[in-house]
Ligand binder design. Structure first.
Ligand code: SAM
Length: 322
């Protein structure tokens, strides 16, 4: 159970769960600026820069990993691994959307033709601006009001326009978000492609179940969903890694007082997403993120008896509504 969270907490881009949106955007910015990037997010850097100082400045420092490795080589490798993980997940979900809207190059659903997109907890995700959406596509973005406002303002200030019809739905996903979504113009009878990326770990298990029940109710036949599951980590491993990262943070003066793991609900009783969807009218499939990372040559964890098994990492689940 998270010690920093309450059932009705709120935040902006600089506080609490809002800062996690900056961290993942920083990882996308770092990947975009790396040699041979797996993904390109040309807006990530400007979105991160607008938020001021924070631990993400280290993520964008190309020399940081080499310097951290002098203190703790394994912790530095984990840092690299976490950055690569963000790139791999971004690529996976980019391809999910391109397949859903019928991009002829994307397997396996080249003829899906969905034109209604919902990005849950969109944070600083710039897909509504950077993906090549077919004409007539509407992208609904749901997140806390101040997070959405920050993104739209920064991108507008840089003259960046959405590449689809973009609609903001400023609401907490623990509240009556279906009502807000419909008020924003969502069409219940049209198939939808949904994304829950970087979200489930910030919801308690019962809120996760409610979320998928609400999504299912709003999903016409042919709808699709892609989900990053919340990884369940052993308590001892979390504590050990925290101690090691704290040593690096202290050394580099990185202490911004925020412990991201404390914002998450590490809930061992959480429903298995692929099984839940299969039980509720979806054809679902799950890919181990560990396998995706290896496939793309991005697995950077040192192997050894203490390395957690693949199941300690997230799964990427996709499903189609029957
Ligand atoms: N999906 C985005 C991405 O991958 O770039 C953002 C991921 S970020 C790690 C987590 C996001 O979830 C934040 O933008 C946060 O505001 C949002 N979030 C978490 N819990 C939420 C809730 N209950 N209601 C609305 N947004 C929420």
């Amino acid at each position: 159970m998270s010690s920093l969270r309450t059932h009705d907490d709120t935040w902006d881009i600089a506080t609490s769960v809002g800062t996690t949106a900056v961290m993942v955007a920083a990882a996308r910015a770092a990947e975009t600026e790396a040699e041979n990037p797996l993904i390109r997010d040309p807006y990530a850097r400007m979105l991160v820069d607008g938020t001021g100082a924070g631990v993400w400045n280290f993520m964008l420092d190309r020399d940081f990993v080499a310097k951290a490795a002098e203190i703790d080589a394994e912790a530095a490798a984990i840092f690299t691994h976490m950055g690569s993980y963000q790139a791999v997940r971004t690529k996976f979900f980019d391809e999910f959307f391109l397949a859903a809207v019928g991009d002829g190059n994307s397997a396996p659903a080249a003829d899906a033709g969905v034109r209604q997109i919902v990005i849950l907890a969109s944070g600083l995700d710039s897909r509504a601006y950077r993906l090549d959406w077919p004409a007539g596509t509407t992208v609904f973005e749901i997140d806390q009001p101040k997070v959405l406002e920050y993104k739209a303002t920064v991108l507008a200030e840089h003259g960046v326009a959405p590449s689809a019809q973009r609609r903001e739905v400023a609401v907490d996903l623990r509240h009556d978000w279906p009502k807000a979504l419909i008020q924003a113009g969502f069409q219940v009878n049209e198939p939808t492609a949904w994304l829950a990326e970087g979200l489930l770990m910030y919801l308690p298990a019962d809120a996760q179940d409610r979320l998928f029940a609400q999504i299912t109710e709003l999903s016409a036949a042919g709808s699709r969903i892609a989900v990053e599951t919340a990884p369940i980590q052993a308590q001892e491993r979390r504590a050990e890694m925290k101690a090691r990262f704290d040593a690096i943070r202290e050394k580099f003066g990185m202490d911004d007082g925020l412990d991201v793991a404390e914002l998450m609900y590490n809930d061992p009783d959480r429903a298995d997403v692929a099984a839940w969807l299969a039980d509720h009218g979806w054809d679902s499939a799950a890919v181990k993120s560990a396998d995706e990372m290896r496939r793309l040559g991005r697995w950077a964890l040192p192997s050894g008896p203490d390395t957690p098994g693949d199941n300690a990492f997230s799964y990427f689940v996709t499903a189609v509504r029957q």
